[in-house]
Design a protein around this ligand. Structure first.
Ligand code: DAK
Length: 257
């Protein structure tokens, strides 16, 4: 399918999705969100793709939801447009998803980055939730994912002041994995994606599921779930391949089976 607001490049085993509305700093219009979630659903189903990089390109990640599109809407408009599952293909993406962030990641843009599994930030990156300046609050998980990632007080500061944090501060509070020169952001994220894509895909999937489960469940439930995934992986060809490859002193070749 051809897209108007995003670019999708597949270079198996990785893919890169680039948000592409530069004139409005990649503001997340409903059309862009639909294209993004459609593309992610397709990439999730494509067995040749094992990890995905999501970026806004060299200067901006995304300045948030499209304010022009929201300004005169009422609560019922929001409710009806926010159909269940609007963000599900992103939040529920089963493969490793790596955000490559340069420049602003604000509002919904920051929430999109927070839904990714790893974040590579260029030195120019700024992460923030400025919704309070518009008389609203985050609506795509910001109030929940910030404290779970960076802790209560950083989350409060970001929500209540509306001021973004720098890439360096985001790194220090554990929001991002790496800070790199801005011109390297996408390349470093792709390198990371290729590294992850070499691993056994089902193990990567279960590892991701396990970590996300930690945010949703009591410890005992998370541990029980982890154990079941662990047992399950012994039914895969890739577990046999991985262990025999180790014993035979060669690199494992994983098929996702
Ligand atoms: N929406 C629409 N247009 C935007 C935009 C946005 N979020 N951000 C920037 N633009 C446009 C500007 O209007 C400007 O357009 P022209 O004037 O050239 O036509 C162009 O992009 C360049 O922006 P600036 O001239 O302002 O550029 P600066 O470098 O001076 O400033 C800035 C960059 C990022 C600091 C500034 O543009 C800014 O403050 N932008 C707004 C950031 C913001 O408030 N973001 C939060 C939006 S609220 C939901 C879930 C989530 C959400 C909503 C619903 N549901 C579940 C239903 C999320 C809400 C939000 O994200």
């Amino acid at each position: 399918m051809g897209y108007e607001h995003i670019l999708v490049e597949i270079d198996a085993p990785i893919a890169t999705v680039t948000l592409n509305r530069p004139k409005v700093l990649n503001a997340l219009s409903p059309d862009l969100i639909l294209e993004l979630t459609t593309a992610l659903s397709e990439l999730d189903a494509d067995e040749n793709v094992r990890a995905v990089v999501l970026t806004g390109g060299p200067t901006v990640f995304a300045a948030g939801a499209d304010i022009g599109d929201m300004a005169d809407r009422g609560p019922v408009d929001q409710l009806l447009r926010d159909q269940t599952g609007r963000w599900a293909p992103l939040a529920g993406f089963s493969k490793p998803l790596i955000a490559a962030v340069n420049g602003y990641a604000l509002g919904g843009g920051c929430e999109v980055a927070l839904m990714c599994d790893l974040i590579v930030a260029g030195e120019t990156a700024r992460f923030g939730q400025p919704e309070i300046n518009l008389g609203i609050i985050p609506g795509a998980g910001g109030t929940q994912r910030w404290p779970r990632t960076a802790g209560k007080h950083v989350a409060m500061e970001v929500m209540l002041t509306g001021a973004p944090v720098t890439a360096q501060r985001a790194y220090e509070v554990g929001l991002v994995n790496k800070v790199v020169p801005a011109e390297m952001t996408v390349e470093v994220a792709r390198r990371l994606a290729r590294q992850v894509a070499e691993k056994a895909p089902l193990a990567a999937r279960m590892a991701k599921e396990g970590v996300l489960k930690a945010f949703e469940s009591p410890l005992s439930e998370g541990l029980a779930s982890e154990r079941k995934s662990f047992y399950f992986l012994f039914a895969t060809d890739d577990q046999k391949e991985g262990m025999h490859a180790f014993l035979e002193k060669r690199k494992g070749s994983f098929k996702g089976r």
